[in-house]
Ligand binder design. Structure first.
Ligand SMILES: [Zn+2]
Length: 437
């Protein structure tokens, strides 16, 4: 059994191949979070901010002003729908007709900002692009509500935000040289001290910046871009392949029969989370004790999230140094004859792991393949006969070929077998053969 990720041995993985972020073996500071996702050569780094007491007040003031504006713009959009749509296809003979106006959209709402600054002069203390970003946010949430996204999913009705849940403001365009030493220069806000736990990679420019208030302090997220770096061409050995299956007991099992356990420290942190959750629900609403517990709960939630992300990064790194191609069940194929229900608890964590794994693989020129999840735990990986088993049956015993394996190991082998027939792999194999031949 593997034990990946002791909490005190920590290293940073760079998500791209430019040799910039050095591997560090120092103990992990509690606040260190890595947010790294990329599209082409875009990456995001998150740093802890060290604002002064005055700046903390100022950030909070900005957040509450922006929150009010966000709610106002949202209400403006709802109002239009209430006034301009009739729930039935006819309206009563005598009814109140409001003054007709155009449906507010991104542009018309953006145009209201100068008037807002006149009527509420304190809004002119906020940088204009930060204010415009609010309009964009309202547009995005409203669009997601009215129209479906690419996959046909629609999100629920946008909700008004409570001040305490409004936590981020963003600068959509940052100028060059905004980061000087350990100071970030935010227009109209001023310079804030940043803890640069890792350097900005060479050639990367800061594109956007956002300030977020979290349970344990203030954070700066920078999105970085390097236009000069070409996209990486895939280069992998088609023989170095494995299949992975999510287990109920283990985090994952590979087709080699190796399993990665969910680390103990993560389980412990989750248990602690439940304890605090109980404390919150038992305490009286509005009491001092409750607000203290809520604060503690927020911190613990963040701790759990950090630990999980850290574990996902380490597991991805481990798998990608060992294998070139990793096959997994396709999560998008749902509603099949698969007992997904019991695994649904894992699913959320599993999909975030897969996105980290896929990103890391892409950047290294390696491959992650999703395959159909249909009957992976029922079919025999050796002869293909369906061997029905209940969820509690942990062992696969094939009556027709005598194959005897751990249930998850059998599923991982099935996933591997399915990936072998993947068109990308076939093409790569042909390419390899033609090179040799
Ligand atoms: Zn069999």
């Amino acid at each position: 059994m593997l034990n990946i990720g002791q909490p005190n041995s920590y290293c940073i993985f760079s998500t791209h191949t430019t040799p910039v972020a050095p591997l560090r073996q120092s103990p992990r500071p509690h606040w260190l979070t890595i947010v790294s996702y990329n599209v082409g050569m875009k990456i995001a780094y998150q740093f802890k901010l060290k604002p002064t007491k005055q700046q903390v007040l100022e950030i909070d003031r900005w957040l509450s002003m922006l929150c009010a504006q966000y709610n106002y713009l949202l209400a403006d959009r709802f109002d239009w729908y209430e006034q301009n749509r009739s729930s039935i296809n006819a309206c009563p003979l005598i009814c109140h007709l409001p003054q007709l106006r155009d449906n507010p959209d991104y542009y018309s709402q953006k145009k209201t900002l100068p008037a807002l600054k006149k009527s509420h002069p304190w809004y002119s203390e906020i940088y204009s692009q930060v204010l415009q970003d609010i309009v964009k946010r309202v547009k995005l949430t409203f669009n997601r509500f009215l129209k479906s996204d690419v996959k046909g999913k629609r999100s629920g009705k946008p909700r008004f935000k409570v001040r305490s849940r409004y936590r981020t403001f963003s600068y959509p365009q940052m100028k060059e040289g905004c980061l000087q030493g350990n100071l970030i220069n935010l227009p109209m806000f001023g310079q804030i001290k940043v803890i640069l736990h890792r350097p900005i990679p060479d050639g990367f420019k800061v594109k956007t910046a956002s300030v977020t208030k979290k349970a344990d302090g203030y954070y700066l997220t920078l999105s970085l871009e390097d236009a000069t770096v070409p996209t990486i061409k895939p280069d992998f050995n088609p023989e170095s392949i494995t299949g992975i299956d999510v287990g109920l007991k283990e985090f994952l099992t590979t087709s080699e029969g190796e399993s990665v356990a969910i680390p103990q420290y993560y389980r412990k942190a989750q248990k602690h989370l439940r304890t605090i959750q109980k404390r919150v629900s038992r305490s009286q609403k509005g009491s001092n004790r409750r607000s203290k517990a809520v604060k503690q709960l927020g911190k613990q939630h963040k701790k759990v999230a950090d630990k999980r992300k850290d574990f996902h990064f380490k597991t991805s790194k481990y798998l990608l140094t060992k294998y070139d191609i990793i096959a997994h069940e396709d999560l998008n194929v749902k509603g099949l004859a698969r007992t997904r229900l019991a695994k649904s608890i894992h699913d959320a964590s599993w999909s975030s792991f897969l996105s980290i794994l896929t990103n890391k693989a892409e950047n290294a020129g390696l491959l992650v393949i999703p395959v159909s999840a249909y009957n992976t735990s029922q079919d025999c990986s050796n002869c293909g006969v369906k061997v029905p088993k209940e969820l509690h049956e942990r062992w696969h015993d094939c009556p027709s070929c005598g194959c005897s394996l751990d249930r998850d190991h059998n599923a991982a082998l099935n996933i591997l077998n399915r990936a072998e027939g993947h068109p990308v792999l076939k093409a790569q194999r042909l390419l390899c053969d033609s090179r040799i031949g």
